[in-house]
Design a protein around this ligand. Sequence first.
Ligand SMILES: [Mn+2]
Length: 309
Amino acid sequence: MHWFKQCLPHGLSLQLGIGMFSEHSKLQSTNELIDRIHASSAAVVAIGLPTSKNSSHLRAESDAPFRIARELLRDEGNPFAENAKDLSGPDIFEYLGSAELESEDEFDRIRKISATAFRSGKRPLFIGGDHSVTYPIVAGLSEVHGPVSILHFDAHPDLYDCFQDNPLSHASPFARILENGFASSLWQFGIRTLTPHQCAQVRRFGVHCNEMRDHKRWKAPVFDGPVYVTVDLDALDPAFAPGVAHQEPGGMSVRDILDILNECSGMVVGSDIVEYHPGRDVNGITAIVAAKLARELVGRLDSDCGVRA
Ligand SMILES: [Mn+2]
């Protein structure tokens, strides 16, 4: 049983195979992706954003998002999220492919794709890419929903005013989001790399920074209104997710992330999973973990959609 067959756009082969996925692994122009968003009948659409242009350390392979999608769509895999949402059900989920990025105007492209998805009423799941992509995604989101609450899982607060002379660095997206007023609140979990500068940024922006060393006292946030969820895979302990550029031991388990996601209130309208580096992965375990998180995010996005009970 190829459970993903209803998800395939443009009448592609139902067989899981190299040929079928070669279509999905091709990079799409901004206009092609916008057409696919409009053509999709799914409530939740996944879009790959393969760029590591603003990564401070390692560049990731451009097929990183596709590798996560491939794990998510594997025909022998389980299509159900833990809340019993069936991702193979009609009009629930579709993977639309990856955007052509790594260009001078890549933030404009991402912002346009994001705004299109939110304006058309979709609940998008973006698959990165380095964490810099969250800034243009949330910029596009705020065009449609105004300032939103952000739930952020990461080893790093990503609040640098500027990092390595790059204000658009993957270490800076939340400084840009907050100074532009795109977020009404930022709740971080898993943080274990605070510096004096970033502590000052936490105070400056009123960030709810939940450090890993305090994890026994964490409480899930109470949101009312739209919530955007962003998952940097290095929030996880490298024992669970070694395929990241910045491995930081002493981190979260997969279950820790799912518990907070399940317990937080609010209406999740969009999400991303970022910072997958296949070259550092071990037997593809990080892609499998990312696909599990993606499945649970889709389950939550679809439940919060309001179309279905
Ligand atoms: Mn990080």
